[in-house]
Structures are given as structure tokens and as C-alpha cells.
Write a protein that binds this ligand. Sequence first.
Ligand code: ZN
Length: 364
Amino acid sequence: MPPILSPVPQGAIDCDLHVTVPSVAALLPYMTEAWREMIVSRGTEGLELASYPKGAPIACRPDWRQAGDLAGLRQHALDAFGTGRAILTCLHGGQAVHSEDLAQALCGAVNDWLVDQWLDRDDRLRAGIVVPFQSPLYAAAEIEKRAADRRFVQVQLLASGEMLLGRRYYWPIYEAAAKHDLPIAIHAGSAYRHAPTSVGWPSHFTQDYVHQTMGFEAQLLSLMSEGVFNHFPTLKVVLLESGVSWLPAFLWRAIKSWRGLRGETPWFVQSPGDLVRRHVRMTVQPFDAPGAAEVERTIEHIGADDMFLFATDFPHHHFEGTDVLPPGMPAALIRKMAIDNPMATYPRLSDPRPNASGLRETVP
Ligand code: ZN
């Protein structure tokens, strides 16, 4: 094991760590014969459908590009930071395809692949359930199917899907999640049913990435305005890879407007600030503030240090070496966001050994 160089407390919980399905071919063993035949006969088994494909070098830190297998993940993402547990976020095109049935087949196979290739091989690993949220019915069924495996600790959605997440259409997902103590994780990303900006399609990745913030803001206000937190009072929402510094200005504007307009939503009785502090958590990579003073001020403006969750966002390129902590983080907050806050956010992390069947160790 390499020496621990990271300033992160030993045993930290990494709440956003990516693994990627190499191609659809890797999912075929977890699909029915009918789907296997359809995918192979159409010649689509070579598609990557992944979050950092080989053809997009900017999407992955160069020194981590070759670290996508279990040995690489252990060395670069777990041991290097002294990580105690890590929650895998597997972004996959199964959450973006138009066919609800194909989405169900792909997402189900991704979850089987996560168990087989990762969770069964290192007991530090947990994962989000990749749900086909093109169909809330199918998504809720996938949650029910996975809920007994308590290594699945949250339900994973994208920041931009087919419609705003507060709509009642999606409530079967929240009902299933709340029933099984699973937070709803919303990760940066889009199914590209809509342009990432509210005024049309951008030309460059930079625009797409910066405008993810619009998606997060829209979803937060939708969840609050439609009454999701009234109906599911125990539900937690975790924003993954959302950035942080946009939140204070968004909340100020939301609170100001809510005060004047709340007559149209009489159930929206708690201010957006209070609701967010109670129900919403967010990972701190990337922490999009330039220096220690701005980081401190952003934390102060948000006014709730139990909202922050440690994450490396491995293998995306937000920092060099093991310099994962934003500057200006007080030591007490580092400990909270690395251990205490994740434990409070994810009830399933308290399970002593959720994979009672034992590990299937295959890596020499
Ligand atoms: Zn991420």
C-alpha cells in the first residue's frame, strides 16, 4: 500500500467516486437472451454510453485514465486518500435512452455489473442505484429490486431529465426511496431532452458544464414548490458534482421571491433556506470558489456545515495529486464532512457488514 499523503481524515467516506462500464458488451452477461440478441444483431455492443469515454480526454484526469480497474481504483482513489468507504456513481447512458424498456434493461444490467465487478470485490465500496427514470414505474421497481442489498445506499438521478423532478409524475421514485431509507442523489448530467441552457443549445463543453448549475437550481426549486418535502418529510436529496458557490445567491433570490409569492403555494410554508438546510446535502468536489476567503464566505452564507459531503469525484480533473480539500476549510468541518455528515445522510452506512455473503475476491 502506498503512503497516505492526503490531509483527509483516515476512514473518510468518499460520496462521489466514478466507475465506468467499458462498453455495452460488458453488460450483456446481465441481460436477457432477447436483449443480448437485439443488441448484438444491431451491432451496438461496442457503444461506450459512459461518462468519460476514451474519445473525450478532457473528461478524465490524465494520470487516472488508466486507473479504471479495481487495482487502479484501490491505489489511486481509495488508498491514496485513506478512504474508509466510497459510494460509486456509475453514470450511464441507460438513463438517457428514449426507450423505457431499453432503459430498464441497461440500468438493471449496470446495477448487476456494479455488484459483480465492484461491490463483491472490495468491502469499502457502496453504490447508488442506477434507475431508468424515463419511467418512474420502472425506476421504483428497480429500487424495490435492489433495496435488500444494503450496499446500495442511494438512488441516482441526473440533473436534467425529461421534466422537472418535483412533478407528481416522479413521486413513485421518492415513495420507494423513502420507504427504504435511500437518499435521492442528483448528479450533474443530462438526458439531453432539453438544451442545458434555457435559451438553446451551447456549442462547447465549457458552456454545458457551467450551465449544469441551472439544472440543479431548477430541480431544487421544483422539489420545494411542488411539495415533495411535505409529502416525504424524511427524504434527503444529495447534489453530486453540483459545485457549491452558486447556492447562496440562488437561495437569497428564492427566499426573496418566495416571501412575496408564497400565496400561490400555500403548502410551501418553510423558507427555501430552511428546506434546503434540512433536506439537501452536497458534495464538495468541485468546490468552485477561487481561494480560502471565498470558500469560508460561501460556507458562512450557506449557514449549515452539516450539508457538506466529502468527495474526490475521481477520476474527473478538479485538483492535482491528493490536494482534494478546498482551501480555507476549518479542521472541524473537514472531519464533519468526511465522516459525520455522510454517516448522518446515509443510514445504510451504519450497517456493520451489509454484504453478509462475504466478498468474492478475484484480484491478485
Ligand atoms: Zn461526479
